[in-house]
Design a protein around this ligand. Structure first.
Ligand code: ADP
Ligand code: MG
Length: 439
């Protein structure tokens, strides 16, 4: 395509400065372009930097390095070509639907007639006719989100940036809003030339997007792209649709679990760049969720399918993968391809009572590199305890690409369960649990 992209990122990196002074990298070498006529999805687990990408495109925050352009020109400050829709946003409770939408036009100083025309058009597009004079408290979640979308459309900008716009809605409402957005865009009833959808929902991405970019974590980067040429409007029941979902699933699986044996090119996915991590780090998930996952697999005879498990435990796919990953790091499951199989250890853990579980996790957890490093650090203190700030600083040094606060909170919850570490919130100290202290 030789067309000028509506938005383009080249080798964009982003670091955030933490309060401790440490700096974490959340985006690495992100290349991205959105062309006229496209709906593109950025798909990735939570924490992969999707919202950060979107905020950089909108000019709400600046990149650390790389290039960002909007319709061919280097972006400086707020991007005047984009309109944003978030998952939840503030409606003014004392203003009507009409006024809440009209607010977006205030900076343009249009005549009252123009404002009225534009707002009416936006209201028609999103199906809010009849609700012009309603107040936000009278609206359902879906209707409120329509106001949010209308507020973005009324600006008549060329790019619509959607950040998980449907994730707070019930399933049916989300379904109908998705198809309405696709319709509005397909029918070219608006000034919108391109749409970027940020989501962690694979179905949503396959339903809406023409291209799906899958993001990986630590630091956030684009792992691969799937072109989705299914004709609009898409039929979720069709075989082609489900094949596309499977294809994206595989890419996401490989992205989150690069140690899963590669399914070669079988599924037609793009081979992810190998990015080895020397220290396996337990994802920040709860102990009870991991045990719940193991119980589900056990109840199914010891073998689970990664896609089905997500449905069975009622979590989204990305989160389920993190749970599986945690179990795998602890050697409680094996993950050949998309299967999740309980290991002998895993079966033992599920069948054991809480004390067996604690004892086993004490052993398994204690073998993780980060855990031994932190334990060693604590042993250097005569009291076996240290201020958490100091521990966080050390963690940031050891693992510059991870969020040290997340790692610390995971150390506290897992450490407590496994009776490895203790934490005193009054003194803000982490200590080594040496057994005697817990009877
Ligand atoms: P996503 O939208 O994919 O869930 P985000 O872009 O919100 O991810 O965040 C990516 C990473 O950057 C996360 O680890 C998050 O904690 C971190 N992060 C986001 N904003 C800030 C900030 N202002 N300061 C420090 N870290 C941040
Ligand atoms: Mg986000």
């Amino acid at each position: 395509m030789s067309e000028t992209p509506l938005i383009e990122l080249k080798k964009v990196c982003k670091n955030f400065q933490l309060e401790s002074g440490a700096s974490i990298r959340v985006l690495e070498n992100v290349d991205f372009s959105l062309f006229p006529g496209e709906i593109v999805a950025l798909l990735g687990p939570s924490g992969s930097g999707k919202s950060t990408c979107l905020r950089i495109m909108a000019g709400l925050i600046d990149k650390t390095s790389g290039e960002v352009s909007s319709s061919g020109a280097a972006l400086k400050g707020a991007n005047q070509n984009v309109a944003l829709v978030f998952q939840s946003f503030a409606l003014f409770p004392w203003e009507t639907v009409f006024e809440n939408i009209a607010l977006a036009l205030e900076p343009l100083h249009l005549s009252p007639d123009e404002v009225k025309n534009r707002v009416k058009k936006a209201i028609d597009l999103v199906g809010l006719e009849g609700f012009e004079e309603a107040y936000p408290r009278e609206l359902s979640g879906g209707m409120k989100q329509r106001v949010g979308i209308a507020r973005a459309l009324v600006m008549e900008r060329s790019v619509l940036l959607l950040d998980e716009p449907f994730s707070a809605l019930d399933v049916l409402t989300a379904d109908s809003l998705r198809s309405e957005i696709v319709d509005i865009f397909q029918n070219k009833q608006t000034a919108t030339k391109g749409v970027l959808l940020v989501t962690h929902n694979i179905h949503e991405a396959v339903y809406m997007a023409k291209r799906i970019l899958v993001m990986g974590v630590n630091p956030g980067h684009i792992r691969g792209e799937v072109i989705n040429d299914l004709a609009y409007p898409r039929n979720e029941a069709s075989q082609a649709f489900n094949q596309m979902v499977d294809r994206v699933h595989s890419l996401v699986t490989e992205t989150l679990m690069p140690d899963v044996p590669k399914s070669d090119t079988a599924a037609g996915t793009i081979a992810p760049a190998t990015k080895e991590r020397s220290v396996p780090v337990l994802p920040n998930v709860s102990v009870s969720e991991v045990i719940g996952l193991l119980e589900t697999i056990h109840a199914d005879g010891g073998t689970g399918d990664i896609f089905k498990l997500a449905q069975q435990i009622g979590k989204d796919f990305g989160h389920t993968l993190f749970l599986v990953k945690a179990a795998e790091i602890l050697e409680l499951v094996d993950t050949p391809k998309q299967k999740v199989i309980l290991t002998e250890l895993g079966r033992h853990l599920v069948e054991g009572d809480i004390n067996v579980q604690k004892r086993m996790l004490h052993e398994l957890y204690g073998e993780l590199t980060l855990v031994t490093q932190v334990a060693q650090l604590l042993r250097q203190s005569p009291t076996l305890r240290l201020p958490v700030d100091l521990v966080t600083e050390k963690i940031a040094e050891w693992l510059p690409n991870e969020n040290p606060n997340d790692l610390l909170s995971s150390l506290i919850t897992w450490g407590r369960f496994a009776e490895y570490f203790g934490y005193n919130d009054d003194t803000k100290e982490l200590y080594l649990d040496v057994g005697q202290e817990t009877s």
